[in-house]
Design a binder for this molecule. Structure first.
Ligand code: C2E
Ligand code: CA
Ligand code: CA
Ligand code: CA
Length: 279
């Protein structure tokens, strides 16, 4: 057993050491990046599928690393969560987003029910002062609460404890719109659709893909939409990549959507241009 152990160590040590060093390095770099000009956000338009008008944008964080290039959030959000930096990150994104929204409101003729959508981690939802932060920010930026949508993943909501429930109820009371993100990827039953204090559901883009072939099944998509409507909630579909998908979803009723078919997430100057042009 001793020999085995040593050979195991000899085989894996360099790799693990490398990973751990890289992780420690990235963690330190990420801490510095938050609040510096290395983090930025892109904005993806959300479209009312009935008339094609932009009715909001989703704010998506990016890390412009000085030597590693642009890093996608999927590869640093989990790290930020692990090292206890996610709350700072999410709050920086929220502040940046609402500031931008205030600028747009003053400079452009935004559509009437335009909403700015931010993502927050389950960990942030668990912070006792989270709702105070949001309330203060809305006030400081003079943003009406109903113009803010907070997107929270299905898994975070379903495994939520007392603090999470308290935060959700307080946010709702504040008038902020709450959305279940990545709907359809969790492990839970669907009963929580009627139980949780949420307003909208964002259907995960995997629902628009048939697992084996990558094609899609309109009947299945329609059934998911019916379920959301039956629960009395609004539906947003993400990952719309083809005209077929957009047109089919439009026939379902009052649906919003986002995806490469309409636009990729855009840097600030480009989204501002698009909003100025009126979509
Ligand atoms: P998400 O909230 O599900 O965001 C949608 C993701 O789908 C984005 O990836 C977006 O660029 C991508 N996407 C949009 N349209 C299409 C399409 O038509 N096809 C395909 N294949 N993909 C599309 P992104 O920007 O890489 O973000 C990944 C995830 O990182 C987000 O998933 C969200 O969970 C997380 N995230 C991003 N920003 C933040 C943040 O500020 N805070 C937290 N906590 N998480 C964030
Ligand atoms: Ca989202
Ligand atoms: Ca999503
Ligand atoms: Ca996601």
């Amino acid at each position: 057993a001793k020999n085995e152990g040593r050979s195991t160590i000899r085989t894996f040590e360099p790799v693990m050491l490398y990973d751990r060093q890289l992780r420690t390095l990235m963690a330190a770099e990420l801490r510095d990046a938050i609040g510096s000009d290395q983090l930025c956000v892109h904005y993806q338009p959300v479209v009312n599928l009935q008339d094609g008008a932009i009715n909001g944008v989703e704010v998506l964080v990016r890390w412009e690393h000085p030597t590693r290039g642009m890093i996608a959030p999927d590869s640093f959000i989990p790290l930020a969560e692990e090292i206890g930096a996610i709350s700072d990150l999410d709050r920086w994104v929220m502040a940046t987003a609402l500031q931008q929204y205030a600028i747009w409101r003053a400079a452009l003729a935004l559509p009437e029910h335009f909403q700015i959508r931010v993502n927050i981690s389950a960990i942030e939802l668990r912070q006792l002062d989270m709702v105070d932060f949001v309330r203060g920010l809305l006030k400081r930026m003079a943003v009406p609460p109903e113009s803010l949508v907070i997107e929270i993943t299905e898994s975070a909501l379903v495994s939520g404890g007392e603090v999470e429930t308290y935060s959700l109820l307080s946010l709702k009371q504040l008038g902020v719109c709450i959305e279940i993100d990545d709907f359809g990827t969790g492990y839970s039953s669907i009963s929580y659709l009627r139980r949780l204090p949420v307003d909208m559901v964002k259907v995960d883009r995997s629902i628009l893909r048939e697992p084996a072939t990558g094609s899609w099944q309109p009947d299945f998509v329609a059934a998911v939409f019916q379920l959301i409507r039956a629960a009395g909630l609004g539906a947003v579909f993400e990952g719309i990549e083809t005209r077929d998908q957009a047109e089919f979803l439009r026939t379902l009723g009052n649906v919003s959507g986002q995806g490469y078919f309409f636009s990729k997430p855009l840097p600030e100057p480009d989204i501002t241009e698009l909003l100025r042009a009126g979509g």
